[in-house]
Design a protein around this ligand. Structure first.
Ligand code: COA
Length: 375
């Protein structure tokens, strides 16, 4: 390949796949799952219904949804072997590293996993159900507690909070998490989904694709940003500190976490939805410090550059107000995004071609091999 070829750094603008799952309309700040506006789904749907929609392409009837919820709930528990294995991990292992490791372990243990050509949505049920259980179990184990066994009578979001805290959650808190799970469930070819599809495109198995997706999600430029946002707010610590922080970041060409997006140029509709939740959470808790700082930060950043707030910005203060540990924020993202990853892997298998882009070679050429004793 000649050096006149232009490299699409970060694959910007490259249309690498066709998808029927989500439609990201970056110019007008709109997001649809299977044709349904994310605002409608966030207001009216549940995580279970959204998973069904993504996997099967249509909203379920009540009977279908009841059956699907029961199937998902029945798959939540981790085996005693897996829990015992997790107890051997170093207690300071990060929750994202543990999620990735346990999914890999589950893959090694599942000797009946079918081949790519015949993968059905049912085979994605255990991983989708268990992502929440793994995350909550690790939070217990690292704090020297026994993991809380899942309850099948609670919905996915409520059960996740129940396993995290050991208490049946306030219905408002459970609804906030359910809404967050709906909002994070899919987002076209983001980095982790692209990784999952690339792995699937080799006809590797579902677990392997999800291990890769988790590895990509944890990075601070992707799902890890929600943790970074909260750490930044805590470090600044006051409304007055926001302006100097943003000034300094721009002066040193640093990134302000929670801002910017490859596709959204105006608004990220998920962030706008989460903003309302963050505002309500501040009102209900009587502590509006984080939300006020975020509003100030948004104004300060946007006065300098037209960067949208992204999904990780307000989710940070929402999760913090629910007393979720900061390093569990990205796992909450994973508990949701497993829906999209699995849907994309199924879509990839259904119409596959191996992912294999080109690279422009810019290194040396025609060098003569020098024997080692002459170097
Ligand atoms: C999301 C993100 C990775 C997208 O990256 P990208 O599409 O490659 O965008 P770029 O890095 O090319 O950004 C374009 C310009 O805006 C600036 N910019 C982008 N995000 C910024 C941020 N969060 N803070 C400050 N400046 C930012 C870049 O420095 C660049 O400036 P330049 O043109 O002077 O070089 C990037 O915006 C980012 O790192 N954001 C912070 C992390 C984050 O919140 N991630 C969650 C994403 S949902």
């Amino acid at each position: 390949m000649t050096e006149t070829v232009k490299v699409a750094k970060g694959l910007e603008g490259v249309v690498a796949e066709a998808t029927r799952l989500s439609d990201v309309q970056g110019d007008i700040g709109r997001l649809l799952y299977r044709g349904y506006d994310i605002n409608d789904l966030a207001a009216n749907s549940t995580f279970e219904e959204t998973v069904y929609l993504l996997w099967y392409g249509n909203l379920p009837t009540q009977t279908q949804l009841d059956a699907f919820r029961a199937e998902l709930a029945a798959q939540r528990a981790l085996s005693a072997d897996v829990i015992a294995e997790m107890k051997m991990y170093p207690r300071d292992a990060t929750p994202m590293d543990v999620l990735r490791t346990v999914v890999s372990s589950l893959g090694a243990r599942d000797t009946t996993k079918g081949d790519a050509a015949t993968l059905a949505p049912q085979q994605a049920l255990p991983l989708t159900a268990q992502m929440a259980t793994i995350a909550a179990a690790w939070n217990a184990i690292r704090n020297q507690r026994e993991p809380v066994a899942p309850r099948a009578d609670l919905n996915h979001a409520a059960n996740f909070l129940y396993m995290l805290t050991g208490h049946e959650p306030d219905p408002r808190a459970a609804r906030i998490i359910d809404t967050a799970l709906v909002l994070h469930a899919d987002h076209s070819l983001n980095a982790s989904t692209f990784v999952a599809r690339s792995i699937a495109s080799t006809l590797s198995d579902l677990y392997s694709a999800i291990v890769g997706a988790l590895a990509a999600l944890k990075g601070p430029l992707h799902g890890g940003a929600n943790e970074a946002v909260m750490r930044t707010l805590l470090k600044i610590g006051s409304v007055e500190g926001v302006e100097p922080y943003v000034n300094d970041a721009f002066a040193h060409k640093g990134k302000v976490m929670g801002f910017g997006h490859r596709v959204y140029r105006a608004n990220d509709p998920r962030a706008e939805y989460l903003r309302k939740i963050a505002q309500d959470a501040a009102h209900v808790s009587g502590n509006d410090l984080w939300f006020t700082m975020q509003e100030k930060m948004r104004a300060a950043v946007q006065a300098r550059k037209n960067l949208p707030v992204n999904v990780d910005f307000y989710s940070a203060s929402v999760y913090y107000s629910l007393a979720i540990p900061i390093d569990m924020f990205t796992p909450v993202f994973a508990v949701s995004r497993i829906a999209g990853w699995t849907a994309h892997v199924l879509e990839q298998y259904a119409d596959n071609r191996i992912v294999r882009p080109d690279a422009l070679y810019v290194g040396a050429r025609d060098l003569s091999y020098v024997p080692i004793q002459e170097r």
